[in-house]
Design a protein around this ligand. Structure first.
Ligand code: BGC
Length: 391
């Protein structure tokens, strides 16, 4: 009998664990964060996972499903919160600012205990954030800082300037001309390399931070002529792309190639997002560039599945791996803090001033990945399997 109960407990536990994991994208959705415990109570049995969220509702507003990273973010948040017993209302607004405002209004009306928001336009939610504050609903900013509001309690993100410096450093170390590897070697050989920039959305605070980090590394090489930007478009204003649009990135690259690169080849595409790298790839293919021959160094961000496949195939050079399981895990500690009075994990109380307050933040570490280290970082890290990457 005892054995039978134990067996039932075990299978119930496994079922819950499997359920928690089934929304998982990019590896184990739980990120190892929640422990599943099984209790026996006066002969009756119950299976729970630190049921701190029981009876509580968390609303998660995400920007778009057009990019894989946000699908992973949403799935991981949902799975990790549900594993703690929360009811989760996950919604995507498909990059429509007004749709996101309406979704958040509905989340407030439905009586959410906490709002987690990854904004489309970080400054466009001030009114709805005020409404949440008036209703006593705490807000956590997810990945993108919420601007111009004092209604946000915490911010979970990656080191956004660090993303830019990592991309810049990668270019600095790896850009190769006539066998000279790295911009210092290129410079010492008296050579130069052509570069163009595809930067992020002007209504996303992350985009400017990335640009600043990138330029911290690359500006000296633009100044001394080792890097040449033939379009002349090097400022954030001139290179930012609204809503991180892949189509605009492709168009910009086509315009650069036809307008400035009929005589010389482009050597480097400093792209701030995997979606831009896909756009650049299409433009380069259209212009006759060939991988392994005259294909430029192309950067990206998010290490999406497609980008990682492109890295293996050589049509993208690198990306920035952001473990969305970890980000969700840190964000969940913030939900627990505002809903249950737990201690959140904070590691930055200085950098993220949103114009009204400095938001206590947790910054996860971004990691540059390319064909040499994707196996040890992405595959061994359980984010994608070799099978996923092979198909
Ligand atoms: C995120 C990036 C992402 C970009 C486009 C930014 O806010 O930090 O990881 O590539 O949005 O979705």
């Amino acid at each position: 009998m005892k054995k039978k109960v134990l067996a039932m407990l075990l299978s119930a536990t496994m079922a819950v664990a499997a359920l928690a994991g089934c929304g998982s994208t990019g590896g184990d959705a739980n990120g190892g964060a929640s422990t599943t415990t099984t209790t026996t109570d006066g002969g009756s049995t119950a299976t729970s996972t630190e049921n701190t969220g029981a009876g509580k509702r968390v609303a998660v507003a995400m920007p778009t499903q057009s990019s894989e990273r946000w699908i992973n973010d949403g799935a991981n948040m949902k799975a990790q919160l549900e594993a703690k017993g929360y009811t989760v209302d996950l919604q995507y607004a498909e990059d429509d600012v007004q749709a996101q405002v309406s979704q958040i209004e509905n989340m407030i009306a439905a009586g959410a205990n906490c709002l987690v928001i990854a904004a489309i336009d970080s400054g466009a939610l001030v009114n709805v954030e005020d409404q949440a504050k008036a209703a006593g609903i705490p807000i956590i900013a997810y990945d993108r800082l919420l601007m111009d509001t004092d209604a946000v309690s915490y911010y979970a993100t990656f080191d956004n300037k660090g993303v830019g410096t990592a991309i810049g450093q990668y270019i600095k170390d790896n850009a190769t001309k006539d066998g000279n590897k790295g911009l210092d070697a290129v410079k010492a050989a008296g050579l130069k390399m052509n570069i163009e920039f595809l930067m992020g959305s002007p209504d996303d605070n992350n985009a400017l931070m990335l640009y600043n980090g990138l330029m911290e590394v690359l500006k000296p090489y633009l100044d001394d002529g080792t890097l040449v930007c033939k379009s002349g478009r090097t400022s954030f204003e001139d290179t930012c792309i609204l809503r991180w649009s892949q189509e605009t990135a492709q168009q910009n690259m086509e315009n650069y190639l036809t307008g400035f690169y009929s005589d010389e080849k482009i050597d480097i595409v400093a792209s701030a997002f995997d979606g831009f790298a896909y756009g650049a790839k299409a433009a380069l293919e259209g212009a006759g560039y060939k991988v392994g021959e005259d294909w430029p160094l192309i950067t990206g961000q998010d290490a999406e599945l497609m980008a990682t496949k492109n890295i293996i195939a050589g049509s993208q050079t690198m990306s920035i791996y952001k473990d969305t399981r970890l980000l969700a895990e840190k964000c969940v500690t913030m939900v627990e803090a505002v809903v249950n009075g737990a201690e959140p994990e904070i590691n930055d109380r200085e950098q993220y001033n949103n114009g009204k307050i400095v938001v206590p933040s947790y910054l996860c570490t971004p990691v540059a990945v390319d064909k040499d280290n994707y196996k040890s970082i992405i595959v061994d890290g359980g984010y994608y399997t070799e099978e996923q990457l092979a198909n």
